[in-house]
Design a protein around this ligand. Structure first.
Ligand code: CAA
Length: 386
């Protein structure tokens, strides 16, 4: 039985900062961001939009198309959760009016956990082929103002429906795994911005590519030459280029330059969104599916990396007819429709994000769901009447 991604939908913040603004105000050569990091813009959310409302916008597209029949599990992967106890998925369950007979859980391991969710979901479907699982990845990447991580912020959500006989990607059973207990990037419980040992984190990422690849091959995974495309976790898109360059060496690729060039279509969305942590590798997949001419029958590898650190490499085959299940125009429109903000507004919003206690948020979002603020220590999510 084939199991995999039956539908995939995206959402991101409704605001955008062009990195030339950040370069100008921090006295940085814009070439460092654009050529050095491979980043051009970063998505930013309004005060009344967060990981839950972004995720709800992405998931709504799937529910509108497929309904809720057969969905008995929701896995919400994030490293920027809104509560230490309650799953962000339960807030989403409420906003979308999902049935009560659903199991809902939040998963965490930095940027990696949506990949674990995908594999767990495949296990559920293998056992009960009529069931479907919603896997959601949603995050807001934030570093301190003035820090080296600042140009690699962003936000976004990806929702996926996992089922038997999938229309978008048939996941193959082999997976390469790699875990090492390191402190390359982390966010203590009392902080809203991440801490990172930037260059060390890149080094660990590269080590994990090598480790996961060897395990993938030992587990019976395809040879390098039999994989057509590679989608990487993209904290900044140049990281994917560095990682793939490393993999071409490790796997002794016949034509490394052509292989690296084939990453191009996987980086189009993340260059404009920035880092969306758990969602990033799936944005790379979506970017490939939406922007490559025809990838029917092609084998795609996904490499997922979460600091701390856990990595996994797995592959899938794109089935015939996948194009009819995409939302190419909607996804491009979503990026083009973002409102451009200047450096001053970006800075004010960055600081405001840290507010605590009871507060209302300004009504800014024109989407179907809003985070309205905090009352009696309870987050308030509302559906906006259309
Ligand atoms: N013109 C062109 N290129 C320039 C340039 C210029 N004027 N100035 C610098 N560059 C190049 C540099 O040569 C470098 O490229 P190479 O690595 O290919 O040599 C690139 O721009 C970046 O320059 P620096 O290394 O000097 O940049 P930095 O030290 O200020 O910060 C960073 C880079 C460490 C990635 C930082 O942005 C950061 O800490 N980011 C957050 C952490 C991160 O994303 N880590 C990735 C791995 S961990 C992970 O993947 C999990 C996750 O999501 C966080």
């Amino acid at each position: 039985m084939k199991i995999g991604i039956h539908d995939i939908a995206a959402a991101t913040g409704s605001l955008v900062l062009d990195l030339s603004e950040l370069a100008e105000h921090t006295g940085t050569d814009i070439a460092k961001f654009q050529r050095g990091l491979g980043q051009f813009e970063m998505s930013i959310s309004t005060e009344d939009d967060d990981i839950v409302t972004m995720a709800a916008r992405a998931t709504k597209q799937i529910i509108d198309r497929h309904g809720t029949d057969g969905i008995r599990t929701v896995m919400f992967a994030t490293e920027t959760g809104v509560d230490q106890s309650k799953s962000a998925g339960v807030f989403l369950h409420g906003l979308l009016g999902l049935p009560a007979n659903t199991r809902v859980v939040e998963l965490k391991e930095a940027c990696y956990s949506a990949t674990a969710a995908l594999q767990f979901a495949a296990g559920i479907v293998a056992r009960k082929p009529k069931e479907k699982v919603l896997v959601i990845a949603s995050d807001t990447a934030r570093y301190e103002l003035g820090s080296s991580g600042e140009p690699t912020q962003g936000c976004g959500a990806i929702a996926m429906l996992i089922s038997a006989n999938p229309a978008v990607l048939e996941i193959e059973p082999a997976a390469g795994l790699w875990t090492s207990d390191v402190m390359d990037f982390w966010r203590p419980n009392d902080r809203s911005t991440a801490l990172v040992d930037g260059h060390y984190s890149m080094q660990v990422y590269l080590e994990s590519v090598e480790g996961a690849w060897h395990d993938f091959r030992a587990a019976g995974g395809a040879e390098f030459a039999d994989i057509d495309y590679f989608c990487y976790h993209q904290p900044f898109t140049k990281m994917a280029v560095k990682a793939h360059r490393k993999l071409t060496e490790v796997a002794q690729a016949a034509n490394p330059d052509a292989s690296v060039a084939s990453l191009e279509e996987t980086m189009i969305y993340n260059r404009r969104i920035g880092n969306s942590y758990t969602a990033s590798v799936f944005y790379a997949l979506l970017s490939l599916l939406d922007n490559a001419e025809d990838v029917t029958g092609k084998r795609v590898a996904l490499f997922s990396y979460g600091s701390g650190a856990v990595a996994e490499l797995f592959t899938g085959i794109v089935p015939a007819g996948y194009q009819a299940h995409l939302r190419r125009d909607e996804n491009r429109r979503m990026l083009d429709a973002r409102t451009t903000i200047g450096y001053g507004e970006y800075r004010d919003r960055h600081i405001k994000f840290d507010q605590t206690g009871a507060y209302d948020t300004a009504v800014e979002s024109d989407g179907p769901y809003r985070f309205a603020g905090v009352v009696d220590n309870k987050r308030q999510y509302v559906t906006v009447a259309s």
